[in-house]
Write a protein that binds this ligand. Structure first.
Ligand SMILES: Nc1nc2c(ncn2[C@@H]2O[C@H](COP(=O)(O)OP(=O)(O)OP(=O)(O)O)[C@@H](O)[C@H]2O)c(=O)[nH]1
Ligand SMILES: [Mg+2]
Length: 308
């Protein structure tokens, strides 16, 4: 089971690995002839930056290599291992699963993010995971602007066996969230997963709506929402950084889920996110199926990135 999980994640990371690995194999050729000199370090730094790790991380890793290995003969294997260790050290502090507070009935999770990042799919996958743990999730179709969005969540609910609370066409998302929380409390649900619309083309409307949802939830439970998950699509690379900044201004983001790592050459962005924001990365998406949400494991992820 555990093996399957990690091999699927590695499969998902293959393209990042290839990208990072290409830079590294070039470097290895340079190093073989001339040791780890300034030029070799510069090439490695470029490889790290082009793999989306960010300039700060690249500079730090290179600084560490310079101190410990400058002028030495190094093998490809040694570089990969050292790099994996450096990256794992950056990722370790953010690798936290989403912990539900068992005292909250339900624990309220507000799911936010721009269009198409995978919010609705991630909610479906989370609901599946909670069902497998014998918990009772309730889903809320808070993206009320599109009928298709409501239907998509309803299909997930049926698939995983979780009730979905939806309003009529153009229902008020905040009112819906309030009703849903009231009903979920009455039913003794364990977790309430609230889907939201991701229209970022009108930032102030989105901000007003998210804040209204939160304000209204707090009338029912002043500690809600207990988690605010920002869903990011890894294939958008550096754009994900800007999305975190924007959403952090709007709401109190408590953690991240990074999706589409199966198709992405951009797994390095997770390192840049960890370094810049330090927000917990609760899980990663590696496909479209219910079982394609994985816990985020720093060591495995770092090894996958460097092709180990
Ligand atoms: N390959 C892959 N596809 C994913 C993953 N997560 C979501 N998707 C796909 O990405 C597309 C968008 O996912 P949604 O869950 O609808 O995204 P959303 O954020 O709810 O989108 P909006 O409701 O339009 O804002 C769908 O086709 C999903 O199947 C993932 O981890 N890997
Ligand atoms: Mg959606």
């Amino acid at each position: 089971m555990a093996l399957g999980v990690f091999s699927r994640l590695k499969e998902g990371l293959t393209r990042s690995t290839q990208k990072l690995g290409e830079g590294l194999s070039n470097l290895t050729a340079v190093v073989r002839n001339r040791r780890l000199d300034d030029e070799a370090l510069e090439e490695l730094e470029d490889a790290l930056i082009s793999a989306d790790l960010g300039t700060e991380v690249a500079r730090r890793v290179i600084g560490s290599f310079r101190r410990s290995r400058f002028g030495k003969e190094v093998t490809d294997e040694e570089i990969r291992q050292a790099l994996a260790d450096e990256l794992a050290a950056i990722l370790e502090p953010v690798a936290h699963p989403l912990r539900l507070d068992p005292a909250k009935k339900p624990h309220v999770v507000l799911v936010v993010g721009v269009n198409g990042t995978g919010k609705t799919t991630t909610i479906g996958k989370m609901a599946q995971a909670y069902r497998e743990q014998g918990l009772r999730p309730v889903l809320v179709a808070g993206d009320t602007f599109r009928a298709a969005a409501v239907e998509q969540l309803q299909i997930w609910g049926e698939r995983v066996g979780a009730p979905v609370i939806a309003g009529g066409p153009n229902a008020d998302a905040a009112g819906l969230a309030f009703d849903a929380l009231t009903r979920a409390q009455a039913q003794g649900a364990d977790v309430l997963l609230i889907d939201t619309a991701g229209r970022l083309h009108n930032r102030s409307v989105l901000m007003d709506e998210l804040r209204k949802i939160i304000r209204v939830l707090r009338k029912q439970d002043e500690t809600a929402p207990h988690s605010v998950l920002l869903v990011l699509d890894a294939t958008t690379g550096q754009n994900a950084m800007q999305q975190v900044r924007v959403f952090k201004e709007m709401v109190d983001v408590t953690g991240l889920v990074v999706t589409k790592l199966d198709g992405s050459a951009r797994g390095g962005i997770v390192v840049a996110l960890a370094e810049t924001f330090g927000l917990p990365v609760h899980a990663v998406g590696v496909g479209e199926k219910a079982s394609d949400l994985r816990p985020f494991e720093a060591g495995d992820f770092a090894q996958g990135l460097v092709g180990m």
